[in-house]
Ligand binder design. Structure first.
Ligand SMILES: Nc1ncnc2c1ncn2[C@@H]1O[C@H](COP(=O)(O)OP(=O)(O)OP(=O)(O)O)[C@@H](O)[C@H]1O
Ligand SMILES: [Mg+2]
Length: 398
């Protein structure tokens, strides 16, 4: 997995089988506007890719003339992405049932590759242009992850979130290190409510309810702290996290997620909604070993490599391993280097993020430039327009 530039192709996954399907898949793999994420004859074997692959469309080949209701239901269990059915032969009763099941299109093979590519792009486009009320929310999820403890996830996530808030971006710091999260402490806050209180509170989660459980930092950042007791973590289930991120994206421009060093359920649910995955690397062999394993897992999950950025923490330490050696060992390129800096432990003990308490330090400058690089100014403007940003009294700071 390399840190290749983001491709603009429509991300497609193929399931099922029928006559002519293998040839079609091969032809589409060479199409400049289509990015083939993978294929699996059996839907059951594709769950990871369907759930985590950030797909724009699934093309399912029906083996017979009958509508593949079971397979379509199984695909929908994993992803809400549009489904196109292809079949060989006459199609029989397929079309009517397919319309009823709300699939995006039905194509009878053989077809010109260009026609199928057009149908795929049309289905994907229709999904991103649904009316405002049903449009997916606009906030961007930045997930700070490392498969090794102590590499600097919390320091990076909290300072990054504070820097973004300082830059005027409406930002939520979400602590999903559910057992031992310390993002609130690093920010100098002693919260009385946490994500645990939010998920056990009665009633549907919505923007107003979320606002009632976030701690407000004077820099403008909102924080949803981790549970106070490790045993409370298990009540923060994947479905609660999924809904939480959905709601947070409606009212924040950026959601910065601090994580634990594991691929457990909550992390996988977040990954599925992650726009930018910042993988924190360090200049030590055990961390590199774990990062390599994590990259293999991400590949198995079909997580798009174009959404991964590598951050080298403590980049200036002289420990017999260089940035170039890390890049060569992992076959990646590092996007940002953060120096080891005394201001970091000092700021943690003061309870004030370094980007605020020591803004002129090299550490803070590195984090601020990382924050600026996350979304270019132009797309920031677009995002602002998309966000409804309701002016609710409960969300305004005094
Ligand atoms: N760039 C840095 N310069 C100096 N100290 C740093 C830097 N980054 C992290 N640290 C220190 O390293 C320690 C671990 O950092 P941090 O808590 O962010 O790691 P983590 O990856 O979140 O760990 P965990 O997996 O346990 O949650 C902290 O005490 C922090 O002060
Ligand atoms: Mg941490």
């Amino acid at each position: 997995m390399t840190d290749e530039p983001r491709t603009e192709g429509t991300r497609v996954y193929f399931t099922g089988t029928c006559e002519g399907f293998a040839e079609l898949r091969e032809a589409l793999a060479g199409h400049p506007e289509i990015e083939v994420v993978g294929s699996s004859e059996h839907v059951g074997q594709a769950s990871a890719a369907l759930a985590g692959g950030h797909l724009d469309c699934v093309v399912h080949a029906a083996r017979t003339d009958a509508f593949p209701a079971t397979e379509v239901a199984a695909i929908r269990e994993q992803t809400r992405t549009p489904i196109i059915i292809v079949a060989a032969g006459q199609g029989g009763g397929l079309l009517e049932d397919a319309l009823e099941a709300n699939v995006a299109d039905v194509l009878l093979l053989p077809q010109l590759t260009e026609n199928v590519a057009f149908a795929i792009r049309k289905a994907a486009h229709a999904r991103t242009n649904v009316p405002r009320a049903t449009r997916p929310p606009a906030g961007r999820v930045v997930n700070v992850f490392s498969p090794k403890g102590g590499t600097g996830k919390t320091i990076t996530a909290s300072n990054l979130a504070a820097a973004l808030a300082r830059q005027g971006r409406k930002t939520l710091l979400l602590d999903l290190d559910l057992q031992f999260g310390d993002a609130a402490i690093v920010m100098g806050l002693e919260p009385d409510k946490t994500i645990y209180d939010l998920v056990v509170a009665p009633g549907e989660l919505d923007i107003e309810k979320l606002a009632g459980y976030t701690a407000k930092h004077p820099c403008g950042l909102d924080i949803l702290p981790a549970p106070l007791r490790p045993e409370d973590a298990e009540l923060v289930t994947e479905s609660k996290i999924t809904r939480l991120i959905e709601v947070a994206r409606e009212c924040y421009e950026v959601i910065v997620v601090d994580t634990s060093p594991f691929f457990h359920g909550p992390m996988l649910a977040t990954l599925d909604r992650t726009d930018e995955l910042l993988v924190i690397c360090g200049l030590d062999v055990p961390t590199l070993k774990n990062v390599r394993l994590a990259l293999q897992t991400l590949e198995l999950l079909s997580y798009p490599s174009s959404r991964i950025r590598y951050v080298l923490n403590r980049a200036n330490t002289k420990v017999g391993l260089s940035k170039r050696e890390v890049e060569a060992a992992l076959k990646i390129s590092i996007s940002a280097e953060v120096p080891s800096d005394r201001v970091v432990p000092l700021s943690v003990n003061k309870g004030a993020p370094a980007v605020i308490s020591d803004a002129s330090s090299d550490f803070s400058k590195a984090i601020v430039s990382l924050a600026k690089s996350l979304t270019p100014a132009e797309s920031r403007a677009k995002r602002r327009k998309l966000l409804s940003m309701p002016s609710m009294p409960s969300m305004q700071r005094s």
